[in-house]
Design a binder for this molecule. Structure first.
Ligand SMILES: NC(=O)c1ccc[n+]([C@@H]2O[C@H](COP(=O)([O-])OP(=O)(O)OC[C@H]3O[C@@H](n4cnc5c(N)ncnc54)[C@H](O)[C@@H]3O)[C@@H](O)[C@H]2O)c1
Ligand SMILES: O=C(O)C[C@H](O)C(=O)O
Length: 336
């Protein structure tokens, strides 16, 4: 598999490349960035890290089986013809972008980068595109509108929220967070929707009424910015994000192999990513996080769950927030 990370010299992009070198070492990675020098430097450094990953006790891949990490520029994307695109390019963040609402505030700054990158992607055959840059739901829809590839190609990364909610639910229940499953639908932002009705802890259903829904939502919304305030705006939540992006890439690889590992991973349940909707959950002409199965083409299936009223109402509020921004920027389908 060949993954091109657009914005590959970024904090998140370079950390994804490093995580792939450790956890998915056969993947070839291209670090695509307008900052050619930084992309080259990350690529060189990560390929040196790969030397240690591949020669550590328990490692078994011979040199030629290990993927390459190299730098490229956006105008080389068509020639690279990757199997998967990760979009992580962004405009610089202001120093004070460490509060809730910072994701949504990136929209106007990142739209022109999306337009430039879409032009570079236009000659490619439809390729799955995982958008990490914020605000993901608006940018997924914008890429979909500009490129007009099948909607299953478009994915937005919101999986860090699943790790954060597991932390919150696990502490409330006294269960290790890694044993908690709680899908997170809706917007990657203020209108995230914890699907407590589907939560499981240690494999058993959780009684949603036993949990403090509002406290859990507040924790999930605050924690990335509590982290950013301590580390600075340029760090963002690089560790959980790169681990989650790597998990998505491994799920795509597993879902593409008929006899591969379970793409849902150890807990055996689907996770949520943002993708353009066309009637699912009653919404169209926008992207929101919904439960998906993945394969080499991107979204293989969207699960349509029956949601209790509180979760369905929160999902409708998320849709309203995304729609309002799409209308404001005059996205396709919102111009009249
Ligand atoms: N979805 C999530 O969970 C999540 C988590 C963390 C960060 N993010 C988002 O990821 C984005 C990137 O954050 P970061 O801190 O890694 O960014 P960063 O500031 O470290 O890097 C941005 C990179 O984009 C590159 N770039 C700019 N324009 C480009 C273009 N036209 N083509 C190619 N490259 C270009 C820059 O040269 C730079 O290397 C932000 O929008 C941030 O909010 C999302
Ligand atoms: O950019 C950030 O720091 C927020 C990001 O969307 C996240 O959920 O970690």
């Amino acid at each position: 598999m060949h993954v091109a990370i657009i914005g590959g010299a970024s904090t998140i992009g370079s950390t994804v490349a490093y995580t792939l070198a450790g956890l998915a070492p056969t993947v070839d990675v291209s670090l695509v960035d307008i900052n050619e020098g930084a992309a080259w430097a990350h690529g060189k450094d990560i390929s040196h890290a790969s030397y240690h990953f591949s020669n550590a006790p328990g490692a078994s891949l011979a040199g030629d089986d290990v993927g390459t990490v190299r730098a490229a520029t956006p105008d080389e994307l068509a020639e690279l013809a990757p199997d998967l695109l990760v979009f992580n390019a962004a405009a610089p963040q202001p120093e004070d972008a460490t509060g809730r609402g910072a994701r949504e505030a990136e929209l106007d700054r990142n739209l022109s980068i999306v337009a430039d990158v879409a032009e570079e992607l236009r000659p490619l055959d439809p390729t799955p595109l995982l958008v990490v840059t914020n605000p993901i739901d608006r940018l997924v829809y914008q890429f979909y509108s500009l490129l007009e590839w099948p909607r299953r190609c478009f994915l937005g990364y919101s999986l860090s929220e699943s790790a954060r909610v597991a932390d919150a639910v696990g502490s409330e229940l006294g269960v290790h967070p890694n044993e908690v499953y709680c899908p997170m639908m809706g917007e990657h932002g203020e209108n995230v929707v914890p699907i407590l009705s589907r939560a499981r802890a240690g494999g058993e259903p959780v009684a949603g009424d036993d949990l403090d829904r509002e406290a859990i939502r507040e924790y999930v919304l605050d924690i990335p910015f509590d982290i950013a305030k301590e580390r600075g705006v340029n760090e963002t939540s690089r560790w959980v994000t790169s681990a989650g992006v790597t998990r998505v890439i491994r799920s795509i690889a597993a879902g593409s192999e008929p006899d591969g590992e379970d793409p849902h991973g150890r807990l055996g349940e689907p996770f949520c990513l943002s993708t353009p909707l066309d009637g699912e959950y009653g919404f169209a002409d926008l992207a929101l996080s919904v439960p998906v199965d993945l394969d080499e083409g991107g979204v293989a299936a969207i699960h349509e769950w029956d949601l209790p009223d509180v979760e369905a109402d929160e999902l409708a509020t998320a849709a309203d927030a995304v729609r309002a921004d799409l209308a404001r920027i005059g996205a396709k389908g919102y111009d009249g």
